[in-house]
Design a protein around this ligand. Structure first.
Ligand SMILES: C[S@@+](CC[C@H](N)C(=O)[O-])C[C@H]1O[C@@H](n2cnc3c(N)ncnc32)[C@H](O)[C@@H]1O
Length: 214
């Protein structure tokens, strides 16, 4: 299962600047939902810094990894196995959705609408997404590395789709992502009802970081 290799392959990422950006935009009193929390690389430092974060993810292997990490660290955030396309029971002051979770969805409108409905009045959604120009840079990309374990990561572009193929430990994983124009997403957020949208450039130059206010 790819979840078991996710942290290994993300191991060289320094999350510090991204966590600082989030902390600048979230109040300690807020109830936060990490949509597509994965193995907890964002959720865990936030919880350790006193933030009240619930994680939701639909991949049981990712949830197993985050649960093990939390129990090792002696923290016990609420973790939900669930689909972020389906209605979510509680309402939150802030939803974060980091590391291109939105790019996993062919039609982001349904997702953004569901998250809008999961926010309390005056809540905000913070997420990142690949810039459209990234499609030009990433076509025919190959990473052939031996550290931390031998792997080959290939990406091909077909229209607005990123087709990743990862070969690791004798297994082949295929992951598809969808890249959108910033204007389209801003229009979609406005149509759904978000009142104000701020676009930031931080951390990863290939991405935009959006804050959409309900
Ligand atoms: C690239 S990972 C990002 C993980 C985490 N946000 C981080 O920053 O480390 C994408 C995550 O989104 C989750 N995901 C994808 N589709 C989902 C869905 N429909 N409902 C819930 N989680 C989903 C995947 O299982 C995966 O853990």
């Amino acid at each position: 299962m790819f979840a078991h290799y996710y942290d290994l392959l993300m191991g060289d990422i320094d999350y510090k600047e991204l966590i600082e950006f989030l902390e600048k935009n979230i109040n300690l009193k807020e109830m936060v939902l990490d949509a597509g929390c994965g193995s907890g690389n964002i959720l865990i430092p936030l919880v350790q810094h006193g933030y009240q974060v619930t994680g939701i993810d639909n991949d049981p292997s990712m949830l197993e990894i985050i649960k093990n990490k939390c129990s090792f660290l002696g923290i016990s955030p609420r973790l939900i196995k669930g689909d972020i396309l389906k209605p979510i029971e509680e309402k939150y002051d802030t939803i974060i959705m980091m590391f291109d979770v939105i790019n996993y969805f062919r039609d982001p409108k349904e997702l953004l609408e569901n998250l809008y409905n999961t926010l309390k009045k005056d809540g905000k959604l913070i997420f990142d997404m690949y810039q459209f120009d990234y499609l030009k840079e990433i076509d025919n990309y190959i990473e052939d590395e031996v550290e931390p374990i031998p792997y080959i990561f290939k990406t091909n572009v077909i229209e607005n789709e990123l087709h990743h193929e990862i070969v690791v430990d004798g297994s082949v994983f295929e992951i598809k992502e969808y890249v959108f124009k910033l204007d389209e997403i801003i229009e979609c957020l406005s149509t759904i009802g978000f009142k104000e949208i701020k676009v930031n450039q931080v951390f990863d130059f290939r991405k935009d970081y959006l804050i959409a206010y309900k």
